[in-house]
Design a binder for this molecule. Structure first.
Ligand code: AMP
Length: 502
């Protein structure tokens, strides 16, 4: 089934309901969003073959929804590109995906224009006269697409090497949307969702379930992430939900601006570790309005979820442990922990997390080797390491490549980071391994905050085995992060190597 049907149906049945908003202003109702998508589809379809790729390199806006639905309605595949990428990086994705067209927001045109590959037919500036002309064709019916057809080429954040295009099909998006509606956020018709995180990534995946439920897809007017503006949008659109990376939740928690938590329906956090200290602070400030999701581009936003009920269940004897977990697998997939010698490890045993089901990607675009290395008999090898507990809750340790091996013992940085963050003066922390002639690697903590190595060492001695304690503490003003706000351990290790050489 073509995922675009949800919008086409909403346009027929609930045309006057608001569909998109910018700030507190409604930009489209369902009739106008549906009509514009159907007209855009007709224009694109006249120039493309089914399955052709069309890219979007734009900041969040209501026009994003028009573009992506127009692409799907036409039977084409969308290639959303992170708006924070350098023009050259974005051009790599255009070339690799062989996109025929690319929608670009005005502010990004100069970034990409000098690097546009020959394979691209046209760069279409959103809101230009040329863009507006795309909407004058007669509307076409929703193109026929099967579950296996490509809908979204989801380029990974590329923390190591070139980004890879995870091929997400209409079936994958359908399941991811239902998983959200049934397990993360069962919203009523008309519920708003605020896209403060990039629509090219996780937040964009929440557009579809909100269209399915006739919700309002809203974006902040500034295009940025300012807690005051986010709180103002909660006031303008009561009952709002949003996806937020843990760093965004932290900024909301620390903002001195006023916010009435009862205006928030659900904040789904994920995409990077949420430390228990930070989760507790978030619950203190906003109450039980949080759900956690764990997923990756290859199984979009959908591997496990720690539900709102789990997070609210403070009386449960293992509540705190659960808060540090990523919850249980979604109903739509199988998940297990395995290793090279044991395809399925017992609860408590640590290994790689594997997932299989209708939400898992078909493979990587034009990258047979990476596909073969990642998908085996339908099982997605996530590259994340973790363990299930006896109740079926999964706790992530780290990415396998981030594990530290010191004196033959495996040490998981996350465990040490959780401890260090309990110190009130520590704002951020990242633990890595540093090569060492005797131990293989030693544990090193990079810390943002005003405290001392002695104090942190005492804290570690109180909480974790001696061999796991950092042998060195490096105090820095900030940690290197990628465009999604994820800490770049690879870069930190390189920094550390340079520091050791100097
Ligand atoms: P991406 O494909 O760029 O969204 O990155 C996915 C990766 O982010 C996963 O493989 C995990 O390493 C990490 N991740 C996603 N969700 C969580 C979470 N809830 N807690 C910790 N790490 C997460």
């Amino acid at each position: 089934m073509n995922i675009a049907h949800w919008l086409a149906r909403a346009a027929l049945s609930h045309g006057s309901m608001p569909a998109t908003a910018i700030g507190s202003h409604i930009a489209h109702d369902y009739a106008s969003l549906g009509l514009r998508a159907a007209r855009l589809a007709a224009t694109l379809r006249a120039q493309c073959e089914p399955g052709d790729r069309v890219a979007i390199f734009a900041k969040n806006s209501p026009a994003y929804a028009e573009a992506i639905y127009g692409i799907w309605h036409a039977g084409l595949a969308a290639v959303p590109i992170n708006a924070k990428l350098h023009g050259r990086e974005a051009a790599y994705i255009l070339e690799h995906s062989e996109a025929k067209f690319c929608f670009v927001s005005k502010d990004l045109e100069a970034e990409i224009a000098p690097h546009v590959p020959a394979s691209l037919r046209e760069l279409i500036r959103i809101a230009s006269p040329a863009h507006e002309k795309l909407f004058i064709a007669d509307a076409m019916p929703v193109a026929d697409r099967g579950g296996d057809d490509l809908a979204w080429l989801f380029y990974t954040s590329g923390t190591t090497g070139r980004p890879k295009g995870a091929m997400l099909t209409h079936r994958n998006l359908n399941w991811a949307s239902h998983a959200y509606l049934s397990e993360v956020n069962p919203i009523p018709p008309g519920a708003p969702v605020l896209h403060a995180a990039p629509m090219s990534h996780g937040s964009g995946l929440y557009m579809m379930p909100h269209v399915a439920r006739l919700g309002i897809n809203a974006v902040p007017e500034s295009g940025g992430f300012e807690p005051e503006e986010i709180f103002a949008m909660f006031r303008a659109l009561p009952g709002t939900s949003m996806f937020a990376a843990p760093t965004m939740v932290k900024r909301l928690v620390e903002s001195p601006a006023d916010c009435d938590p009862s205006l928030i329906r659900t904040i789904a956090y994920g995409g990077a570790p949420m430390y228990v200290e930070d989760a507790l602070a978030a619950l203190d400030r906003f109450g039980s309005r949080f759900a956690q999701i764990y997923g990756q581009g290859e199984s979009p936003m959908t591997i496990t979820t720690l539900t709102k009920e789990d997070i609210a269940d403070r009386d449960h004897p293992r509540w705190m442990e659960r808060l540090g977990s990523v919850g249980r697998p979604y109903a739509c997939l199988e998940a297990k922990v395995g290793s090279a010698d044991a395809p399925c490890l017992a609860p408590g045993e640590i290994g790689e997390i594997l997932a299989r089901g209708d939400v898992v990607m078909g493979g990587y675009w034009k990258n047979h080797d990476a596909t073969a290395a990642t998908l085996n008999d339908g099982w997605l090898h996530t590259g994340d390491v973790g363990a299930f507990d006896a109740d079926g809750y999964l706790t992530l340790k780290d990415r396998s490549k981030d594990m530290v091996i010191s004196g033959g013992s495996n040490i998981y940085p996350r465990e040490i980071e959780e401890v260090l963050l309990q110190h009130p003066a520590v704002r951020e922390v990242s633990v890595i391994g540093r090569p060492h002639p005797e131990w293989g690697e030693i544990v090193v903590a990079y810390v943002v905050g005003e405290t001392s190595a002695t104090e942190l060492d005492t804290l570690c001695l109180d909480h974790i085995a001696r061999f796991k304690r950092p042998k060195d503490y490096v105090f820095v003003p900030a940690l290197p992060k990628n465009n999604y706000g994820k800490i770049l351990k690879t870069e930190l290790r390189e920094m550390d190597e340079r520091k050791a050489r100097d």
